[in-house]
Write a protein that binds this ligand. Sequence first.
Ligand code: T4K
Length: 420
Amino acid sequence: MKLQVRDLAIFGGQSLFACPLAVGNPNKLDRDAFLARIADVLDSGQLTNDGPQVKAFEARIRRVTGTRHAIAVCNGTMALQIMAMACDLTGDVIVPAMTFIATAHALRWVGLNPVFADVHRRTHTLDADSVAACISPRTSAILGVHLWGNPCDVDRLLAVAKQHGLPLLFDASHAFGCKSHGVRIGGLGDAEAFSFHATKVLQAIEGGAITTNNDQLADRCRRLRNFGITGLTQINDIGTNGKMSEIAAAAGLTSFATLQDVIEANKRNYTQYQTGTADIPGFDLIRLTADHRGNAQYVVAHVVEQKFGMSRNDLLPILRAEGIFARSYFEPGCHKAAPYTERQIHQPVDLPVTDGVLSDVIQFPTGTSVSSDDIAAVTDVIRFAQRHSAAVDSFRKAQNSQLVPHPQDPVVFPSLPDAA
Ligand code: T4K
């Protein structure tokens, strides 16, 4: 409990969390169940190459997404690459600039050019009008991202895609178990790509999948995942090695057993963040839509400086010094990442919403390892920082050279420019 500004860890007070809370701390797998599955894999002698664990994992994915096909691969980035290759895309693909860099990189790795469109401030997903403004003769597809599990505006994107005869694909890395207007994510557009990285709501340590209802596309994805080989030796495609190992699939199957518990914990946590911060001016938690409540795996807020009294960039080091390892995903935006800064190639339109969102958005720890007491402590610090923002500012300027980071924080925050 912080009684005065000097109690904040950043000014030398004691950190609230010696063992930090992180965004993306993996939800624990049931150790005994996982070890039993590993034993099955070892006993079977089938360690990879589309074995029984992978087949069972794919069947579980199909059941949740309601799709005819699920093709498990080694990670979400590979799922995006294979999905793009399988659709025979060329030239430009329109994507949001506000996404994890893997969305853009995956396209670039298969020779495509990511072109960045703007997003909606409320959902952080592609704005169909901005997409329409980006379309050129070079455009070969639209790739939406269901960011934070928030479903894209599928109907409007579909209308734009249809009007221009373009495939519509989705990066559903954050959206396993979510719905769009009651329709399960996985079967939207031509195909969707999931990530089952350790930090995700369903995890295979490293893993991913492509889901689709298109039989030919599914066949092609399976072939591309395995070097383009058909039969014993026939090579019909420039494939890659995108296979998921049996051990990863065993982890994924184990993770399925606790998926509902994880989601329930996320929803409880979200509700507590919501009630715990409702009275804090300028702290706007992104409201979960009924659909978004599907997995609630990210707790995302805007820090509105004029009302909160300090910016997101000033709040972040205060929280992190306390061992609350909040994040500022995905600043500065893909369009400002070194490989994609050439405007003529990657950014035909301005991205005012993306730039605004990325300057004040913040994510908080959630998942099964975060307790109710933890969240109470986190929301108390946020409230304390807001209420004492002016005093914090004066203290910080006076103390700038002596700001104290959390001993386990790998991030080094720059000094305040106006205090230097
Ligand atoms: N599209 C989108 C929209 C995505 O968000 C992602 C991945 C992809 C595509 C690509 O999917 P993959 O190819 O990754 O399957 C993390 C994840 O590595 C990445 O999967 C994820 N999105 C991205 C949003 O977040 P980092 O660099 O932020 O993770 P990191 O290492 O900082 O880990 C987060 C926190 O979790 C840390 O504080 C430490 C903790 N942690 C993490 C791991 C992996 C642990 O305690 N134990 C662990 O094993 O990227």
